[in-house]
Structures are given as structure tokens and as C-alpha cells.
Design a protein around this ligand. Structure first.
Ligand code: PEP
Ligand code: MG
Length: 561
């Protein structure tokens, strides 16, 4: 049996035949000149027509897509009309370059510029290259690159998936996603999780398999096997029969002995919140407010902000909604708030720190939150990202009180905050552990880098200890404050048990993960979760911590998680 190991990014065990994505559009030769019988005006006109056709096609696909897919398609469609992209190409055409070569080069320079900006903008660099390939395909009169069509559902295999492709994935037609490139933070991974499709990324050479090959995919273990054996067939059948169990969260996060651990959703705006409420999330544990304004060059007005926040609050009347103030900077730059030239943005002026350099924005955001809260029935809690000291926590709490916000809190994502949690928690009403950043800062490992994936896991003993220290800070005399987790760690069912054992009071995650976490949590008592937390803390490294805990949770294997 031939195996292709990769990184599992979305659980599920499935057997199916594969379809490869069409090979990418080839590069037009360097120096490709305008044809002898074509004028620069004609070439520019045909380029514009091709760009418009691509724009229109993406727009019409957006019209029938929904959720994340729709937003990605709309953003990509806009890129096809990007003035910088088209002007750059027109200039090259005027100097005698063919339309295909001109858009190719212009796309490369726009993409490089975005890439150099880093963070969110760097992710958009791929969108430009995708749009460029589509325009060249249109100019050549060949089919646009994209998801193959087939009558029967298939496992989609690709080198990596472009946003516009992942966005139009029909989950009825695609059984699983497998890529030879990409990483856990790639678009492939994010879309797969939000669609609930099993997915494995970074499985080298899998893009060389022939169409129609039958394979077994295990999205938790991160493996692909050709010619599945009897055991794998049984595992895939078991997954299929458990699928309904993992699709529905009954709305109460609890251990086997009734210790309640509310399971909340991470959302980026009103649409996410409505979807999370449908999946029975017990509230919102992290509303990433900067996601509402990533495209903005200017600060949104108080009215605009209040409307955006209210759309989330309204999805959870009477329920807790934890809103985090703008976490601008590093991987989430906001042009009106962050300095794109910082040499080391992850350690720079990000999150709460933007109040040092751009005072007023945070104050106005708090006013907008307070206004939205007054007009809604949600129980609104507000936390600041990137708090490092008790003084900062006190300052933020003071700002919240001045704005009329009742429950101020902090995110614990910097090791100094975990180490001084007791002092910090004396200043505010709650803390929420952002384990994604806490891990990158504890391990000094950029969370976006694939080659550092082994360091960058919340199973690291150092990270688990920081979680434990934060909880201890809340256990000090007269300091009983809730401490939740809202990083990706909460969505890992085995780690969710460990976090519960460490004393974390709520877990917040992508809504699709709620059912799996709930199903595993209710198989252990609180005392057992505490034992597993001790076991994880005693492990010499992250790999053993994960393996030891998983070995004690047979339900994971049963459910294919
Ligand atoms: C985190 O850092 O864990 C977190 C929840 O915030 P973000 O991933 O948005 O930085
Ligand atoms: Mg963070």
C-alpha cells in the first residue's frame, strides 16, 4: 500500500476516487511581443475585455455561493478590475509587450507588493495570481483553471487551492481535500474546516496520482493511502455512521459528571454569528472585530461600528458575546491603524498597543460597543488583545468603565500576562487565553511558518504551563474570575479535555468544531480531565503530551477525530 503522509487539518475518514485540479496556466514567454498586426490600443482593449469577463464570471459565481465562499469570490472579482493591475499591464503593452505577457508581469509585481506588506495583505497575493491566470486563460480562449466537474463525488487533489477555487467548492460533490503544498494556515485548511470536509495538506507528491485512483483519507491523522485495506474501509464506514453525531451539538458543553463548560463560537461578523447560533453555540467567546474592517483604509465611524457589532449581538439575545477590540497589526494589518513598515510586526504596535500611537480609535470603538449593547439583548463582555502588564489591564478597564461597559477583560496571549495573571485579573472581570499567539510568543515561532509547525503547537509543555499559571492567578484569594480559551487549541477535542482539566471555564472555537468537542468532553469526568491535564503537563515534549492523552481517550479513535 502506498502512503502519503501530510498534515491533517480537518478530521474525517473517507474513501473515494481522486480528481486532480487542472495544471496551472503556463507562463507566456518573457519578452513576448505584440503581434505584428495588433496595435497597443487593440491589445489593451482585449485585455480589458478579458478582465471584465473574468470579473463577471467570478461575480456570477459569487451570486450563487454563500458564507466565506461568497466573500472570497467577491473580493477576487474586484481584483480582476484592480486599477494598479490593469494600468501596470497597459503600460507594458504601450512599450510593445503582448497582452498575455503584460498582465502576467503586472500581476507578479502587484502580488509581490502585497506579499511584502505581510500578514493579511500577503494572503491576498495569491488572489492576484489567481486572477492573472484566469485573464490569461480568457485571452487564450482556454478553460479557466478551477475545480473539475464530475457526475459523482470525488476527492479533490491539488498542489494548493486558490481562494477562488476553494470558495466554489460544492461540498456535495467534493468528499475531501488533499494538497501536496500549503500549510495548516492556508486557505485550503480554513475553508475545509468551515465546510466540515476532511482535509490533509502538505502531502508531498500526492499531486502525481492518476485521476480515478481510489484512496483512503484520514483528516485527523493526516494520511492518504492508495488501495485502502479492510481496516481502512471499516474506519471509513464507522466515520460515515458517526457523521450525524458530529454534526449536531445539543447546546450544552459538559463533562460526564455534569461539570459545565460552555462551548462558544469564534466569529468575525454577523453572518458567522447567525451560522454559529444555528449550530447551537452557547454564545460567542471571540468576536474578532477587526475582521469587519480589514478592507478599510479609514477608521469606520461609530455608527458603522455599532451596526456591525449589533449584527452579532442580535444573533445571541440573552447570551454571552465576548467582543475583542481591534487586534490590528502583524497578521491582521488595518491600514488606518498599523504601520506596514515595522521591522517586526508580531512584536510591534499591535492590538491594545495601537492606543499608544493612535489614541482615540479604541475610545471610539468602546463607545460604539456600548451603543450597540444598549440596543441589543446580548450579555456583552469586552476584552483587549495583546495585554502584557497589570497597568495595561487597569488602563483598559478604566476606559471600559468610562464608556459604560460593564464587563472588561483581557486576552492572555503574551507570556508576561500569563505569568502575572493574578495581578492582571485583579484589574478586570475575566481573561481569555489566545493560545495561537500565546504559543507563538512562548515558543518564539512565527505562527504562519509551515517549517515551525512542530514548535508552534499548544501541546507544548511550556504553553500548557502558561495556561495553568493563568488559571492559578484566578484561583487566588478573592480573585475568582472566569478564564476561557478562544485559540485554536479549544477546537482540538483532546486538548479541550486537557484545558478543562487545567481549570479553564469556557472553550470558544469555530462553530463546526462544537459537536466534536462536546462529544469527547462528555465522555470524561472532571477528575479524569484533571488527571489527563497532569499527564500532559508531565510529558517531556508536545508529541508525547498529545500521544499520551489521545491514548487515554479511545472515543477519539472511535469517532475518527
Ligand atoms: C489567539 O491568538 O489565540 C487568538 C484567539 O487570536 P487571533 O488568532 O485572532 O490572533
Ligand atoms: Mg491573537
Amino acid at each position: 500500500m502506498q502512503n502519503f503522509p501530510g498534515v491533517g487539518v480537518s478530521p474525517g475518514r473517507i474513501i473515494g476516487t481522486i480528481r486532480q485540479m487542472p495544471k496551472p496556466i503556463s507562463e507566456p514567454p518573457a519578452g513576448d511581443p505584440l503581434g505584428a498586426d495588433t496595435t497597443a490600443e487593440e491589445a489593451t482593449a482585449s485585455l480589458k475585455a478579458a478582465a471584465t469577463a473574468v470579473h463577471d464570471e467570478l461575480r456570477s459565481r459569487a451570486a450563487t455561493a454563500s458564507g466565506d465562499g461568497k466573500a472570497v469570490l467577491e473580493a477576487t472579482a474586484l481584483m480582476a478590475k484592480d486599477t494598479m493591475l490593469l494600468k501596470g499591464a497597459s503600460k507594458l503593452i504601450a512599450r510593445g509587450t503582448s497582452a498575455q505577457r503584460a498582465i502576467w508581469e503586472s500581476g507578479a509585481s502587484v502580488s509581490e507588493m502585497l506579499h511584502n506588506l505581510g500578514g493579511y495583505m500577503a494572503e491576498r497575493a495569491t488572489d492576484v495570481l489567481d486572477v492573472r491566470a484566469r485573464i490569461v486563460a480568457e485571452l487564450r480562449g482556454v478553460p479557466a483553471p478551477g475545480i473539475p466537474t464530475a457526475a459523482a463525488p470525488f476527492i479533490l487533489v491539488a498542489e494548493d487551492l486558490a481562494p477562488a477555487d476553494t470558495a466554489t467548492l460544492d461540498p456535495e460533490k467534493v468528499l475531501a481535500l488533499v494538497t501536496s503544498g500549503g500549510g495548516p494556515q492556508s486557505h485550503t485548511a480554513i475553508i475545509a474546516r468551515s465546510l466540515g470536509l476532511p482535509a490533509v495538506v502538505a502531502a508531498a507528491k500526492v499531486d502525481e496520482l492518476a485521476d480515478g485512483t481510489e484512496v483512503y483519507v484520514d483528516g485527523a491523522a493526516g494520511t492518504i493511502s492508495v488501495e485502502p485495506d479492510a481496516e481502512q474501509r471499516a474506519a471509513a464506514e464507522a466515520w460515515a455512521s458517526n457523521a450525524s453525531l458530529l454534526a449536531v451539538f445539543d447546546g450544552t458543553g459538559t463533562t460526564a459528571d455534569g461539570h459545565l463548560v460552555p462551548l462558544l463560537a469564534n466569529v468575525g461578523g454577523g453572518k458567522d454569528a447567525v451560522a454559529a447560533a444555528k449550530l447551537n453555540a452557547q454564545g460567542v467567546g471571540l468576536f474578532r472585530t477587526e475582521f469587519c474592517f480589514l478592507e478599510r483604509d479609514t477608521e469606520p465611524t461609530v455608527d458603522e461600528q455599532a451596526a456591525a457589532y449589533k449584527s452579532v449581538f442580535d444573533a445571541f439575545p440573552g447570551k454571552k458575546v465576548v467582543l475583542r477590540t481591534l487586534d490590528a497589526g502583524a497578521d491582521k494589518p488595518l491600514p488606518f491603524l498599523t504601520d506596514a513598515t515595522e521591522p517586526n510586526p508580531a512584536l510591534g504596535v499591535r492590538g491594545y498597543r495601537t492606543d499608544f500611537t493612535t489614541p482615540g480609535v479604541l475610545e471610539r470603538q468602546l463607545q460604539a460597543i456600548a451603543r450597540a449593547e444598549q440596543e441589543s439583548e446580548a450579555d456583552v463582555w469586552v476584552m483587549a488583545p495583546m495585554i502584557s502588564t497589570a497597568e495595561e489591564a487597569a488602563h483598559f478597564a478604566g476606559m471600559c468603565t468610562a464608556a459604560g461597559i460593564k464587563t472588561p477583560g483581557v486576552m492572555v496571549e503574551v507570556p508576561s500576562a500569563a505569568l502575572t495573571a493574578e495581578a492582571i485579573l485583579r484589574e478586570v472581570g475575566f481573561a481569555s487565553l489566545g493560545t495561537n499567539d500565546l504559543t507563538q510568543y512562548a515558543m518564539a515561532a512565527d505562527r504562519q511558518l509551515g517549517p515551525l509547525a512542530n514548535l508552534n503547537t499548544p501541546w507544548q509543555p511550556a504553553v500548557l504551563r502558561l495556561v495553568g499559571l493563568t488559571v492559578e492567578g484566578s484561583a487566588a484569594e478573592g480573585n475568582a474570575k472566569p478564564v476561557g480559551v478562544c485559540g485554536e487549541a479549544a477546537a482540538d477535542p483532546a486538548l479541550a479535555v486537557v484545558l478543562t482539566g487545567l481549570g479553564v471555564t469556557t472553550l470558544s472555537m469555530t462553530a463546526r468544531s462544537l459537536a466534536a468537542v462536546a462529544a469527547v468532553l462528555k465522555t470524561v469526568t472532571l477528575a479524569e480531565a484533571q488527571e489527563l491535564a497532569k499527564l500532559a503537563l508531565s510529558a517531556p515534549n508536545a508529541t508525547d503530551a498529545r500521544a499520551w492523552v489521545r491514548a487515554k481517550l479511545p472515543i477519539l479513535e472511535e469517532l475518527g477525530l
